[in-house]
Ligand binder design. Structure first.
Ligand code: GTP
Ligand code: SPV
Ligand code: MN
Length: 602
């Protein structure tokens, strides 16, 4: 019995448009999971993996033109175009519904429509949001069961008249020409058609928890951010929490699950994962900023994940995991570039072609077994370092906010913003090289403010204003930092070892939050002095360290000019305060004598 008549009516209406053969309501039970898995295997959506080596695990291959989010097909549909702003694609709601309806019409004939009631955030938390996703993809249904809290308890909470986000998803023809990811924030609705992949199709993730939630957050006075949340424990047992925003495929999952180097472990440092992709942040009764992870699983990048880089992720994905677009071994195991161990002698690559190690294409380039954006979907509950507070309805208090990007040059390893408003400027000007998580030219540097460029559901200038406004509402705000694990030397190799060693940088960040830690004031913010970082036991040359911490005024003058160009592209709504921050940066750079390298002094 469905108590919520609105929901009942909407499902009937959508089924009337899509014409599925069957409508199946998910209850979240284990029996249901097995039923869906069997269905998916029979229908060819999933391959059951080796039961001894990977119990409860499955493999899925998406179409080769459907392996990443398609930002050019993602739209914000608001009555006023200006509400979507200059960084979003816009369509009127009427046109959006009309165009998508044409594709949805009868698209589920011969298929099942799954009705998935889900909660973003623990069902019992007052901050959670309920959505209902309709989908004709059993793969999506199984992923949603891992990534969100699905089932009867959600319908219970929804009751007779609770509000929910209407999330309609259909594969249709999986044709990129007939693919649209549409957000209707004014209607609290998402319509996605023509893609079966990741953030395009798991509508609780980027669509609801960032684009729609961001719209609500602005009205309700909180923040919906593309951030990991992790707790860092020290010898005294105290745990401090950090939230960090890096663009897609720039290291959030890795930092969230970090294992510190031996030297720090010996000092009692330990990380506790709360979330790896999305954070909802509110001001708590104590005047600090508190963070909740609305998700229930990890949809992580496979390539580069191995026992050395991310042992916790490897432990998490040994069972009950869905692998997408990785290499499938003949023995029904999976493998990816930068994974553990030797590749299988023989297998099937992400495009479904026979594969063996060492294969090259016509140009002599190696043929990848796994797509660079291949992923695993795993329940958070399987993560060995999962924070005991990960489902705390109130969330965890945040000591530091960290922004970061993938920058071969310019941005030093770490710096601290002077204050909240300057921190908002630092976040607003984040830039990063494009990765495989989105379709487009790889490696190109683009501005990705707060790592939210593809995920901000409204005018980005209003979003900046909201961030500035939030600063005034937080009596005890976290400090704001910027990191860059990806600076390279002359030879093009990363200067910083990254991964677990990033804990050394986080130690400095937390020291600064406690009012400790040595730093030098530079035009861009506070940069650690070379001695301030605990580098004991790390093989890092003095020249590499110098390069990592260098702030070069001539590079930053160009950077600041680029900030200005970027701000100008955002139109007249840009908060004056940010323009002021840009001018202040230029002024500070002008004050540096000689234009040489401004290094932290000894
Ligand atoms: P999304 O899930 O797309 O939001 O990505 P993410 O930000 O969680 O990125 P993730 O942690 O999955 O890392 C993406 C890629 O960057 C992987 O191939 C990692 O191996 C690599 N990576 C992560 N951390 C570091 C680091 O500190 N240094 C270097 N060089 N590479 C890193
Ligand atoms: C990202 O691209 O930031 C992801 C993967 O986390 S997706 O679900 O496709 O958005
Ligand atoms: Mn992400």
């Amino acid at each position: 019995m469905i108590k919520n008549l609105q929901l009942q009516k909407w499902v009937e209406e959508m089924a009337g448009m899509c014409h599925p053969d069957r409508v199946v309501w998910l209850d979240g039970s284990l029996a249901e999971r097995q039923r869906l898995e069997d269905e998916a295997v029979t229908g060819g959506d999933l391959v059951r993996l080796n039961a001894q080596k990977l119990p409860g695990c499955f493999f899925h291959r998406s179409q080769s033109n459907d392996v990443a989010r398609t930002e050019h097909l993602t739209f914000i549909c608001t009555r006023n175009k200006d509400d979507a702003g200059p960084t979003n694609n816009w369509m009127s709601p009427a046109e959006g519904y009309r165009r998508a309806a044409e594709i949805f019409k009868d698209s589920m004939k011969g298929r099942t429509m799954y009705v998935i009631p889900f909660s973003m955030g623990p069902v019992a938390s007052p901050f959670s949001k309920i959505g209902v996703q309709l989908t004709d993809s059993v793969y999506v249904a199984l992923n949603m069961r891992i990534m969100t809290r699905v089932g009867s308890a959600v319908l219970e909470k929804l009751g007779a008249d609770g509000a929910f986000t209407r999330c309609l998803h259909g594969k249709a023809q999986l044709d990129p020409e007939k693919r649209l990811i549409l957000h209707f924030p004014e209607d609290n609705a998402v319509w996605s058609v023509g893609s079966g992949y990741g953030g395009n199709a798991l509508l609780g993730k980027k669509c609801l928890s960032l684009r729609i939630a961001g719209w609500l957050a602005r009205q309700e006075g909180w923040l919906a951010e593309h951030m990991l949340i992790t707790g860092i424990e020290h010898k005294d047992g105290r745990i401090e929490y950090v939230a960090a925003a890096f663009p897609s495929a720039c290291g959030k999952t890795n930092l969230a699950m970090l294992i510190p180097p031996e030297i720090l472990k010996a000092k009692g440092v330990r990380y506790w994962t709360v979330g790896d992709d999305i954070a909802w942040l509110r001001v708590g009764p104590d005047g600090r900023l508190w963070a909740v992870n609305p998700e229930a699983g990890f949809f992580g990048v496979a390539p580069g994940t191995n026992s050395k880089t991310n042992q916790n992720a490897i432990a998490t994905i040994q069972r009950n995991t869905i692998f997408t677009n990785v290499l499938l071994g003949d023995d029904l195991t999976v493998w990816w570039e930068g994974g553990d161990g030797a590749p299988p002698a023989h297998g099937t690559d992400w495009q479904g072609r026979p594969w063996q190690p060492g294969r090259k294409d016509e140009k002599g380039a190696p043929i990848l077994g796994a797509h660079p954006n291949s992923r695993f979907t795993a329940p958070a509950s399987q993560c060995p370092c999962l924070s005991p507070r990960w489902e705390d309805p109130q969330g965890v208090p945040i000591s530091a906010i960290v922004f970061g990007g993938r920058r071969a040059r310019v941005a030093p390893l770490v710096y601290e913003a002077f204050d909240w408003a300057h921190g908002v400027y630092v976040g607003a000007t984040v830039a990063s090289e494009r990765t495989a998580a989105q379709v487009g030219k790889q490696g190109e540097v683009r501005r990705d403010p707060m790592a939210m460029l593809p995920f901000c559901g409204y005018h980005i200038a209003d979003y900046f204003a909201h961030w500035l406004e939030m600063g005034k509402k937080i009596p005890h705000p976290p400090k704001i930092f910027h990191v860059n694990w990806f600076r390279t030397g002359e030879d093009g190799r990363f200067l910083w070892p990254g991964y677990g060693e990033n804990a050394r940088v986080l130690e400095w960040i937390l020291e600064r939050c406690r009012g400790e830690g040595q730093a030098k004031s530079t035009p861009i913010g506070y940069v650690p002095t070379p001695e301030a970082l605990d580098l004991e036991g790390l093989d890092l040359s003095a020249s590499a360290l110098e390069e990592l911490l260098a702030v070069r005024p001539h590079e930053w003058e160009k950077e600041a000019a680029d900030h200005k160009t970027f701000f100008e592209s955002l139109g007249p709504k840009l908060p004056l305060e940010l323009r002021g921050q840009q001018e202040a940066l230029v002024g500070r750079l002008g004050g540096v004598a000689g234009g040489g390298t401004c290094r932290p002094s000894r």
